[in-house]
Design a protein around this ligand. Structure first.
Ligand code: G
Ligand code: MN
Length: 417
C-alpha cells in the first residue's frame, strides 16, 4: 500500500465523485499519468498567486478535453498536479501521453488571456511498476514527474525501482547533511618541484567516511552539488585544510608549504566563500598565497558570472588560482587568458600519453610553452613512474604530482610533510 496518505484521500474522493456521477473506473491494468502544471512556478512568479488556482482549473479542463473518454482526470493530491487514470489494456499509454503533450504545448486560457504553462509529465503503468494499487501508481507517477522536472525533459516513465531509488537518494542527502560537520576527512597529496622533487605544498582531497567505508568524491559529489551541501562541506574543508597548513608551517625552516583546495563553480558562486576564506586566513595568520584555488576545466564558468568575480577577488587577495584537469574540457585556453590564472594542472590522461603519442606530446609541449609565456606554472598530474620525469622536464613542466611522489594520505600518516 502507498505510504502517501494523501493519495488515498484524493483517490477515494475522486472515485466517489465519479460514482456519484454514474461513472466508474475499474481497469484491469491501470495506468496513471501525473501532470505537474507550471512545475517551476514560473507563471505564478510572473503573475502572482491568484493565477495558481486558475492554472489548476484551466489545466484540468484542458486535460479532460485532450483525453476525451479514454481516461478519467481527477484533481491531484497536490495543487496544480492533475492525475489521469486509464486502462492500459484498452488505451496505449504512449498514445495518451502524446495526446496530452500536444495539448500541453498549447497556451491555456487564464482569466480571458492566453498563457503558455510549462508542465512536466510522469507516467506509471501497472505493467512497468509491478502493482495495480492506484495509490502506489500515483506515487510512482509523481516520482517519474520529479525525474522529468530535474532532468528538464517533458515526460519520464516510472520503473519498478524508481520510488526505491528516489528514497535512496533522499537518504543519501540526509546522511550527507548530518555528516557535514563530522564525517568528512581530508587526505593530502604532495605537489613537488619537478627539478628537485622537493615538496612545495599539498592538494587536499575530500573523503567521506560513511558507514565504515571511505568514499572518494565521485561517490558523493553529485549529491553534494545538487543539494548545495557542498557549500558548508567546502567551507569546513577550507578551514581544516588551511588549519593543517598552518600547523605544518609553524616553525618550518624550509619555507612555507602551500595548500591547494578544489572548488566547483557552485562553491565559487557562493557569496559566503570569499569572506570565509578571508576570515580563516586571518584567524590562522596565513599569507593568502598559502591557498591555491583549483577550478576544474570541466566546470564551465561564464565570464562576468558571480563565480568569476569570486575568482578575481581571491586573486586580488593574493590566493593562487589554478586550472585543474587541463585537457579534459573545452574552456582552458580562455581561462588562461581571461582569468587571473597562475598555475595550470595538466590532466593525468594527457601526461600519461606524452611517452607514446607524438601528437599529445606536441599539444602538451605547446601548453607548457603558452603557460611559460604567460608566466603560468605547470603541474604534471598523475605521475606514477620515475621514467616519466625526464621527458616532462624537457617539455617544460615546473611542478609534479602523482603516486610516484606520494599518494593522498591523512595528515597523521605524513611523517615529514
Ligand atoms: O581532479 P583532481 O586532479 O583534483 O583529482 C585528484 C585525484 O587524482 C585524487 O583523487 C587522487 O587520488 C588521484 N590521483 C592523484 N595522483 C594520481 C596518480 O598518480 N595516479 C592515479 N591513477 N590517480 C591519481
Ligand atoms: Mn585537483
Amino acid at each position: 500500500m502507498s505510504e502517501l496518505q494523501s493519495d488515498e484521500g484524493f483517490l477515494a474522493d475522486g472515485l466517489a465523485a465519479l460514482a456519484a456521477d454514474g461513472r466508474s473506473f475499474t481497469p484491469s491494468s491501470p495506468g496513471v499519468i501525473l501532470v505537474v502544471l507550471d512545475h517551476s512556478g514560473g507563471l505564478i512568479a510572473a503573475r502572482g498567486f491568484r493565477e495558481a488556482e486558475t492554472i489548476g482549473s484551466a489545466g484540468l479542463a484542458a486535460l479532460r478535453t485532450a483525453v476525451g473518454d479514454r481516461a478519467v482526470v481527477l484533481p491531484g493530491p497536490l495543487d496544480r498536479a492533475p492525475v489521469v487514470l486509464f486502462d492500459t489494456d484498452v488505451h496505449d499509454p504512449g498514445d495518451l501521453v502524446a495526446a496530452l503533450l500536444d495539448h500541453l504545448a498549447l497556451p491555456l486560457e487564464l482569466s480571458g488571456e492566453a498563457h503558455f504553462v510549462q508542465s512536466r509529465v510522469g507516467l506509471a503503468t501497472a505493467a512497468a511498476v509491478g502493482t495495480t494499487d492506484l495509490g502506489d501508481l500515483v506515487h510512482a507517477a509523481f516520482a517519474a514527474a520529479h525525474v522529468a522536472m530535474e532532468s528538464g525533459v517533458l515526460v519520464h516513465e516510472a520503473t519498478d525501482s524508481l520510488v526505491a531509488e528516489t528514497r535512496r537518494e533522499a537518504t543519501l542527502r540526509t546522511a550527507m547533511a548530518r555528516a557535514v560537520r563530522g564525517d568528512f576527512e581530508l587526505h593530502y597529496q604532495p605537489i613537488v618541484d619537478l627539478t628537485t622533487a622537493r615538496v612545495l605544498g599539498y592538494e587536499s582531497l575530500l573523503r567521506w567516511r560513511s558507514e565504515g567505508e571511505l568514499l572518494a568524491p565521485p561517490a558523493f559529489l553529485a549529491a553534494a552539488e545538487e543539494t548545495s551541501l557542498i557549500l558548508p562541506i567546502g567551507r569546513v574543508g577550507t578551514r581544516v585544510a588551511l588549519g593543517q597548513a598552518a600547523r605544518w608551517n609553524e616553525g618550518r625552516a624550509d619555507g612555507p608549504l602551500f595548500m591547494s583546495v578544489n572548488y566547483s563553480a557552485r562553491q565559487l558562486s557562493d557569496a559566503l566563500l570569499l569572506p570565509h576564506v578571508e576570515r580563516v586566513l586571518d584567524e590562522l595568520a596565513l599569507s593568502a598565497s598559502t591557498l591555491w584555488v583549483e577550478i576544474t576545466e570541466r566546470d564551465l564558468i561564464n565570464f562576468g558570472s558571480p563565480a568569476t568575480r569570486t575568482i578575481e577577488a581571491l586573486a586580488e587577495l593574493g590566493c593562487v588560482i589554478c586550472v585543474d584537469d587541463l585537457g579534459t574540457g573545452f574552456a582552458a585556453l580562455r581561462y588562461l587568458a581571461d582569468l587571473p590564472v597562475s598555475v595550470a594542472k595538466v590532466d593525468r590522461s594527457l601526461v600519461c600519453a606524452v611517452g607514446e603519442d607524438p601528437s599529445i606530446r606536441s599539444i602538451v609541449g605547446a601548453v607548457c610553452d603558452i603557460s611559460r609565456s604567460l608566466g603560468i606554472e605547470t603541474v604534471a598530474e598523475g605521475i606514477e613512474h620515475e621514467d616519466q620525469i625526464p621527458q616532462l622536464r624537457e617539455l617544460g613542466f615546473t611542478h609534479a604530482q602523482g603516486f610516484h611522489f606520494g599518494r593522498p594520505a591523512p595528515a597523521a600518516d605524513l611523517v615529514n610533510p
